[in-house]
Design a binder for this molecule. Structure first.
Ligand code: ADP
Ligand code: CDP
Ligand code: MG
Length: 240
C-alpha cells in the first residue's frame, strides 16, 4: 500500500517531515487520498493518519528471535526486518559503512544507531505492509531514542525471548551460518553487551506495560504457543 501510492504522496502539502506524516499519506488508499487532497486543498479536513503496527523482538544472541519471527510472519502476516540481516546486507553490498559495520559486528559491539535506523526506515518505507516485526532492535537506549526521533512511531508490542545463557551459547555455536560473530570469544562479548545495554531497554518497555516475556526454552513449536495468543489478542491475522 505504501509503495502503490508513494508517487501521490508528494502531492500532499505538509510542513511536517516526520515518518508518521509520510506513513499516513502512504497508508491512505488512492481513492481516499485523491478525495482527501481535494478536501485538504479547500481546508475542509486534516490529513488522515494511520500508523503501522510495530513489534520489537528482543532477546540475547541465540534466544530464538529469528526462528520465532518466521512463524509469526507465516501466521500473522508481518514483514520481518532483522537489524542484524540489514547490517550484514550492507557489508555484502560493499557500502561506505560496510567495513565499519563488519568490525563492529566482529567485536560484538553495537553499530551507531543512525546507520541501523536508516536501514530499517528504508525497508519500512518501501514495504506494502503496515505490520512490522523489527528483530534485534532496539538493542540499546541509543537505538531506542534514535528510532523514536527518526521514525516517530511507538512499538505496539515488545517481545522478549528469555533464555538461559548456557542454552544461548550452545545454540549459537551450533548455528552454522558462517557468521563472523558466532564464535565463543565474540559470544561472550555479545552476552555482556546484552546484559549491560539491552536489558535496560527491556526494563523500559516493561515499565510501560508493552513487554511480553516468553520463556524461550523447549521446542520451537512450544515456544510459538506462548507467542500466538499475544497477537491473537490484537486480532491480527495473516490475511489482514
Ligand atoms: N527452541 C529451540 N530449541 C533449540 N534450538 C533452537 C530453538 N529455536 C531456535 N533454535 C536454533 O538456535 C539457533 C539460534 O536461533 P536464532 O533464531 O537464529 O536466534 P537469534 O535470532 O535470537 O540469535 C538456530 O540455529 C536455531 O535453529
Ligand atoms: N540493533 C542492532 C542489531 C544488531 N547489531 C549488530 O549485529 C550483530 C548481530 O545481530 P543479530 O540480531 O543478527 O544477532 P542475533 O541476536 O540474531 O544472534 C550484533 O551482535 C551487533 O554487532 C547492531 O549493532 N545493532
Ligand atoms: Mg537473529
Amino acid at each position: 500500500m505504501w509503495r502503490r501510492v508513494v508517487s501521490l504522496s508528494s502531492f500532499i502539502s505538509s510542513s511536517r517531515t516526520s515518518f508518521v506524516a509520510q506513513t499516513a499519506s502512504r497508508l491512505n488508499t488512492c481513492e481516499s487520498l485523491t478525495t482527501g487532497i481535494a478536501q485538504q486543498a479547500k481546508g475542509v479536513i486534516a490529513p488522515k493518519e494511520k500508523t503501522p503496527f510495530i513489534t520489537f523482538v528482543l532477546g540475547g544472541p541465540g534466544s530464538g528471535k529469528g526462528t520465532q519471527c518466521i512463524k509469526i510472519v507465516e501466521t500473522f502476516g508481518f514483514t520481518h526486518l532483522s537489524a542484524g540481516d540489514l547490517l550484514r546486507r550492507e557489508i555484502a553490498s560493499n557500502s561506505a559503512d560496510g567495513a565499519m559495520i563488519l568490525n563492529t559486528i566482529k567485536e560484538g559491539k553495537i553499530v551507531p544507531s543512525q546507520v541501523t535506523v536508516k536501514l530499517i526506515q528504508k525497508d519500512m518505507e518501501s514495504s506494502d505492509n503496515d505490520k512490522f516485526l523489527i528483530d534485534g532492535f532496539p538493542r540499546t537506549e541509543e537505538n531506542r531514542v534514535s528510532f523514536d526521533q527518526i521514525i516517530s512511531v511507538e512499538p505496539n508490542v515488545v517481545l522478549f525471548f528469555d533464555c538461559p545463557e548456557e542454552e544461548m551459547v550452545k545454540r549459537v555455536l551450533n548455528r552454522n551460518q558462517g557468521r563472523v560473530d558466532d564464535n565463543l570469544e565474540t559470544i561472550k562479548k555479545r552476552l555482556q553487551v546484552f546484559e549491560a545495554l539491552s536489558l535496560p531497554v527491556i526494563n523500559y518497555y516493561s515499565q510501560r506495560g508493552k513487554l511480553y516475556t516468553i520463556k524461550a526454552i523447549g521446542t520451537e513449536d512450544e515456544i510459538f504457543e506462548q507467542v500466538r495468543p499475544i497477537f491473537t489478542a490484537f486480532e491480527l491475522h495473516a490475511a489482514g
